[in-house]
Write a protein that binds this ligand. Structure first.
Ligand SMILES: O=P(O)(O)OC[C@H]1O[C@H](O[C@H]2O[C@H](CO)[C@@H](O)[C@H](O)[C@H]2O)[C@H](O)[C@@H](O)[C@@H]1O
Length: 306
């Protein structure tokens, strides 16, 4: 039943691209479980070279942002593509383009950190949690700058509730922090009204698409925190979300992909489709216009390199 409500984005590819016709696609990609497979050690969640090449090509055709629960520097060290926009710490640390597409040349990138006042508190809680959880084998506390992750993927299942209790007991003293749950991870975040959905809207605005009707945002993610972004797209009635999951889930996404390898297939098809539609548009131009455009490109190259 659920599977029928959330069909495969690969099977529905044509329908998706038809819906985007005449609109600017903007891509938002979660990292863990979307671009990289889930692994036991969070420090070794590498992205494959093939995925990196795919994302690089994708960004040539569509503005592309990575939206992750991770610390922004960490996710950048995995992705290593300077041409993308990054939103780390569940969207609380955004490094993006200048305001509006026309300003791109002035190279001033947007930096938005709505939770900066929480840094000392997060640092303190990190130290306390490191100490409190050291007696539980396999527990791992990750510092994500404006938020924290307590991993229990490598903790014996019998100890999961003890770990959760310890985390909750620490947080009792910090009413301005809240606890949510991801994939075998407890996530601690400031209670500010900011999430991946707000980050998506902020990035669209920064890119100059705030009130545009001809923008088509596509958000791909695998986790509960990605639901905030799926919901924003559903509420705006623009673009759509794609949930990465092998099992049917209650979601605000419109389509599904099973795993990162399917995400890569989907992104590659998107690149191919865009390339072909640009070639078709080019062929439709008169020979005289093609000649004029080629000459303009040559002139631009000359002025760039002189
Ligand atoms: O928003 P995301 O980019 O999906 O970040 C969510 C959490 O992802 C990472 O943890 C998850 O992936 C790890 C590596 O595969 C895995 O070991 C862990 O069990 C998963 O929950 C990251 O380490 C967390 O900090 C993020 O909150």
């Amino acid at each position: 039943m659920e599977q029928l409500r959330h069909p495969s984005a690969l099977e529905m590819f044509e329908q998706i691209t038809n819906a985007s016709k005449g609109k600017q696609i903007v891509m938002f990609l979660d990292y863990d479980g979307t671009l990289s497979p889930i692994v036991e050690d969070p420090d070794r969640a590498y992205m494959s070279d093939a995925m990196r090449t795919t994302v690089r090509k994708l960004a040539r055709y569509f503005p592309t942002a990575i939206v992750s629960g991770r610390c922004r520097d960490k996710v950048y060290s995995f992705v290593q593509l300077a041409e993308l926009y990054y939103a780390g710490s569940h969207g609380m640390d955004i490094k993006g383009p200048s305001k509006g597409p026309k300003d791109k040349n002035d190279a001033q990138s947007v930096l938005f950190q709505p939770a900066s006042e929480f840094v000392p508190m997060i640092d303190k809680v990190y130290k306390t949690l490191l100490d409190k959880t050291k007696s539980i084998p396999g527990a791992n506390v990750e510092h994500n700058k404006f938020c924290l992750s307590v991993h229990y993927r490598c903790v014996d299942e019998k100890k999961w509730s003890e770990l959760a209790q310890q985390v909750k007991s620490v947080l009792k003293d910090y009413p301005k922090l809240r606890l949510t749950q991801g994939r075998k991870v407890l996530e601690i975040r400031p209670t500010i009204k900011w999430d991946k959905g707000k980050a998506l809207e902020f990035l669209l605005e920064s890119l100059g698409y705030a009130n545009c009707t001809d923008v088509f945002p596509v958000y791909i993610g695998d986790d509960r925190t990605d639901e905030d972004a799926f919901k924003v797209l559903r509420d705006r009635g623009q673009g759509f979300g794609i949930l990465v999951s092998k099992i049917p889930k209650d979601t605000n996404a419109s389509y599904c992909l099973q795993e990162p390898s399917e995400v890569m297939d989907f992104l590659q098809r998107l690149v191919k489709w865009k390339k072909m539609s640009l070639q078709r548009q080019w062929k439709k131009l008169s020979l005289r216009r093609q000649f004029r455009m080629r000459r303009q490109i040559e002139e631009m190259k000359v002025s760039l390199f002189n």
